[in-house]
Design a protein around this ligand. Structure first.
Ligand SMILES: NC(=O)c1ccc[n+]([C@@H]2O[C@H](COP(=O)([O-])OP(=O)(O)OC[C@H]3O[C@@H](n4cnc5c(N)ncnc54)[C@H](O)[C@@H]3O)[C@@H](O)[C@H]2O)c1
Length: 254
């Protein structure tokens, strides 16, 4: 691996497992110092241990993206420890899938809060450091569900909303050397999609098979596939790529 992120600090929300973990691993391997916040204590300490054992510089903190103060404190500590905050990846997410007539207020609100309020909290906190530094890369994790998906009124709304947030951040922050872009994954094998199989009452293998049958490249996605696109946007050389959404789904949609 080259060290294209040498000297850079990447802050990843929900980075202790799944897609966020894959993104964190890639940034660390390419020279960045990495900071992760997550609500899953066990997964977070495991991720920290593995990354440290691999010799990478890592800072972890239990923090809920919905709570602005927790995010702000974690970022402050990150900057104190590593000296800057150059890259923010808004990845933390949850599902509360249900058909509209069965979707509760809590299903709706939880998903709105974690994805939208969480990304807003982190972007607002990060921009202070990035503006001072006249440099930043913000990458929001959207989804093919932004285009609409049965049983996901809440999730589709936030993933489309994140695309609007991304474009607005791009417009407001561009003059400070900060770009904002979004990656919209299709079907990726993680604990999140495992929980979907459970909810549907099928095995994970059955869900993967059904999903792959609709994916043009004839395979499911892995966290590394998303890390590829995220690191493209995060690259210093990508400074003219701003306000874009890239679908990483093995085809135009999954
Ligand atoms: N897996 C897919 O097929 C897929 C497809 C499109 C988009 N995405 C998106 O990618 C992102 C990562 O998904 P994943 O599949 O890796 O899921 P995952 O459930 O494996 O990981 C999500 C991580 O976010 C953390 N998290 C949840 N709520 C949090 C909160 N309030 N504060 C801090 N951390 C929190 C979890 O603890 C977990 O570590 C999500 O935004 C998801 O919506 C996933």
């Amino acid at each position: 691996m080259t060290s294209r992120f040498e000297g850079k600090v990447a802050f990843i929300t929900g980075g202790s497992r799944g897609i966020g973990r894959g993104i964190t691993q890639r940034f660390a391997e390419e020279g960045a110092k990495v900071a992760i916040i997550d609500v899953n204590e066990e997964a977070l300490s495991e991720a920290e241990k593995v990354l440290k054992d691999q010799g990478f510089e890592v800072y972890t903190k239990i923090a809920n993206v919905v709570q602005a103060e927790e995010v702000e404190t974690a970022m402050k500590k990150t900057v104190e420890k590593f000296g800057s905050l150059d890259i923010l990846v808004n990845n933390a997410g949850v599902l509360r899938d249900n058909l509209l007539f069965k979707m509760t207020d809590s299903d709706w609100q939880t998903v709105i809060d974690v994805h939208l309020k969480g990304s807003f909290n982190a972007a607002r906190a990060a921009q202070k450091y990035m503006v001072d530094n006249k440099y930043g890369r913000i990458i929001n994790i959207s989804s093919t569900s932004a285009l609409g998906n049965r049983g996901q009124a809440n999730y589709a709304a936030v993933k489309a909303g994140l695309q609007g947030l991304t474009k607005t951040l791009a417009i407001e922050l561009g003059k400070f050397g900060i770009t904002a872009n979004a990656v919209a994954p299709g079907f990726i094998e993680t604990e999140m999609t495992k929980s979907t199989a459970k909810r549907l009452g099928i095995t994970f293998e059955e869900l993967v098979k059904a999903s792959v049958s609709k994916i043009p490249v004839n395979r499911s996605g892995k966290p590394e596939d998303i890390a590829n696109a995220v690191t493209f946007f995060a690259d210093e050389k990508s400074s003219f790529v701003n306000g874009q959404v890239i679908y990483v789904a093995g085809g135009p949609k999954d």
